[in-house]
Ligand binder design. Structure first.
Ligand code: SAH
Length: 349
């Protein structure tokens, strides 16, 4: 049994079943035993691979997209360049390399990395060398424009899951049966954040909400509307939450999310309508369409000229994996937040 399983069993026996949100928060970010607190989970030797780890083109194109948006807004002389959940720091490193020759961009940018895991902060420091960056547990901002990136961050935030029952909802809970964690359901009740979902669901349908996302999105939206800037948020998910998407990944395979708490990555699909709800001006597309519009295929040809053999085969496979509808191109979505008076970022026509 994992240390987190023991902790949770004691807690549930003392105070009763817990929500999936409580479970995810403990498994992912417990300071001593949490999944992200104890490891670098990325890459072939880890549990999952993210877009910036697949190809440098991902960060280059998003970096140039943000830099063009900065130019379109009059190139403000000071701004926060923030990333939520930067993992290994690869995306920010690619953004910084690609924007080096955008005159004034680096001089104006103050890089802020929002990262909960001390292990991953150390990894980000190593990736970014001596480039000046600050870390924070939360998005704390001054009175400057905000240009923000978040890739596969919101899927890691804790969710609550509900099954429609009549005009109410039963919540998925984790309890203890025979000294092991087990899944169960609460009695049905009214859940006011789900009132609007009574219109597009029927009894038996499952929906999920991510309570932690709303305050973060309100901070981002208010900062961008008041001071300028843009946010680019990429993740797997859909415009509305539907179905059971609570999942665990271990060594690149799906596993039972309650079997090894703290040892497997836990995520849920992102509800993009819920993220956009706080924002007056937003645009939404698929990752495949966005990267294609930003010129990934032209960039891939250019980079490919320097490659031969296995390296060229891998490079072409990476482009396909990021963009093809049957790979990441359609499941992964992109949401852009801009001030209501400003043009949309490139690629979000
Ligand atoms: N963006 C990276 C990593 C995605 S994994 C990439 O694309 O490769 C999720 C990241 O978010 C990890 O760095 C994890 O430690 C961080 N994270 C998860 N929950 C967090 C929270 N509540 N606050 C801050 N960082 C968090």
């Amino acid at each position: 049994m994992t240390p987190i399983a023991e902790l949770l069993i004691r807690r549930i026996q003392a105070t009763g079943p817990i929500t999936l949100a409580d479970y995810m928060a403990e498994c992912l970010l417990h300071p001593e035993y949490g999944y992200y607190s104890t490891r670098d989970p990325f890459g072939a030797a880890g549990d999952f691979t993210t877009a910036p780890e697949i190809s440098q083109m991902f960060g280059e194109l998003l970096g140039l997209c943000l830099a063009q948006t900065w130019l379109d807004q009059g190139a403000p002389a000071r701004f926060t360049l923030a990333e939520l959940g930067p993992g290994r720091g690869t995306l920010m490193a690619d953004v910084l390399r690609a924007t080096k020759r955008v005159a004034g961009f680096h001089a104006a940018a103050q890089v802020l990395l929002v990262e909960a895991s001390a292990t991953l902060r150390a990894r980000q420091r190593a990736t970014l060398g001596d480039y000046p960056v600050q870390w924070a547990d939360q998005l704390t901002l001054g009175e400057t424009p905000l240009y923000l990136l978040a890739n596969e961050f919101f899927d890691a935030l804790p969710i609550r899951q509900f099954t429609r029952h009549g005009q109410g909802w039963e919540e998925t809970l984790i309890g203890v049966t025979n000294h092991r964690l087990s899944l169960g359901k609460s009695p049905p009740s009214q859940i006011s954040p789900l009132d609007h979902r009574l219109a597009d669901t029927k009894p038996g349908d499952i929906v999920e909400i991510c309570p932690a996302a709303a305050p973060i999105m309100q901070t981002i939206a208010a900062q961008i509307e008041t001071h300028g800037g843009a946010a680019l948020i990429l993740d797997y998910g859909d415009w509305t939450s539907r179905g059971d998407t609570f999942q665990a990944l271990k060594a690149h395979s799906f596993t039972d999310p309650i079997a090894q708490p703290g040892e497997a990555d836990l995520t849920a699909h992102v509800d993009f309508a819920a993220l956009a709800a706080a924002c007056t001006s937003h645009a939404y597309t698929t990752q495949g369409q966005l990267l294609t519009a930003l010129g990934i295929h032209q960039r891939a040809v250019q980079l490919g000229l320097k490659l031969t053999g296995d390296a060229l085969v891998q490079h072409n496979a990476a482009t396909h994996r990021l963009t093809a509808p049957e790979e990441m191109g359609r499941l992964f979505k992109a949401l852009a937040i801009t001030p209501s008076h400003a043009p949309k970022p490139p690629g979000f026509a």
